[in-house]
Design a protein around this ligand. Structure first.
Ligand code: PXP
Length: 250
């Protein structure tokens, strides 16, 4: 079955909104794991708007499955990751003014040198490095050239299209299908070169099935939709509901 890694950033967002010590993302991670999630994902942003250093340090001690740290490819963040030693580091683009990670990492352009330095420093100590990239052949090729063992495909455009497709004119169904094809093609290309392929961003209980069914995608990182559901039904149930869907696909 495809693995579910729960992104718990939004638990920390709720905490930071009031500066309270609760809800604790470390507790949340345990509930997700007890419900069956295979991994926990957190984004330690440079502005520390949700997840804090303390959270990642404690998660390193408590997470039993895979701890995936998303971060920018800066030397300061690499230093933090080297101290924390997560199982996986996913390098993501980061802009202060964005609400959430907006695009994939551009591994072909001017950032390439910075990404290469981070990949080398993290890989050297045995951290599995992943690159969060758009589902485009050029990005998959660039990731291969950088020598990473993993990639995460950005599902944002597909998810946006599925939201539009539910609106009355329904015109975006074709766009969603086209985006799915991009994801499938990128996954196929990556897997043919031996890369471990994850996917995520914007996935929810309605749009996740076709992505989970793409051959070669082994892991999904899901945050906002799952935590939003947890507010209403509880985190254990929200995690199990998603696992049930994933199980029904594979
Ligand atoms: N994968 C990556 C690389 C991300 O940056 C995010 C958002 O932090 C996610 C997955 C999860 O996205 P969402 O919260 O929309 O499920």
């Amino acid at each position: 079955m495809i693995s579910l890694h729960v992104n718990i950033d939004h638990v920390a967002t709720l905490r930071q909104a009031r500066g309270t010590p609760y809800p604790d993302p470390v507790w949340a991670a345990s509930i997700c794991e007890l419900a069956g999630a295979q991994g926990i994902t957190v984004h330690l942003r440079e502005d520390r708007r949700h997840i804090q250093d303390r959270d990642v340090e404690l998660l390193r001690q408590t997470v039993r499955g895979v701890l995936n740290l998303e971060m920018a490819a800066t030397s300061a963040m690499v230093e933090r990751a080297l101290a924390i030693r997560p199982d996986v580091v996913t390098l993501v683009p980061e802009r202060r003014e964005e609400r959430t990670t907006e695009g994939g990492l551009d591994c072909t352009g001017s950032h390439r040198g910075q990404v290469a330095a981070a990949v080398q420093a993290l890989g050297q100590v045995g951290i599995a490095v992943s690159l969060f990239i758009a589902p485009e052949a050029s990005q998959v090729r660039a990731a291969l050239q950088l020598g990473v063992p993993r990639i995460e495909l950005h599902t944002g455009h597909y998810c946006d299209a599925t939201l539009d497709a539910r609106r009355p004119d329904g015109r975006s169904k074709e766009r969603a299908d086209a985006e799915l094809e991009h994801l499938a093609a990128a996954a196929e290309e990556a897997v043919s070169h031996g890369l471990h392929v994850a996917a995520g961003h914007g996935l929810d209980y309605n749009n996740v099935r076709p992505v989970a069914a793409i051959p070669g995608i082994e892991e999904l990182n899901i945050g906002h939709a799952l935590i939003a559901r947890a507010v209403l039904v509880g985190l254990d149930r929200a995690t199990r509901d998603m696992l049930d869907i994933l199980q029904s696909v594979s």
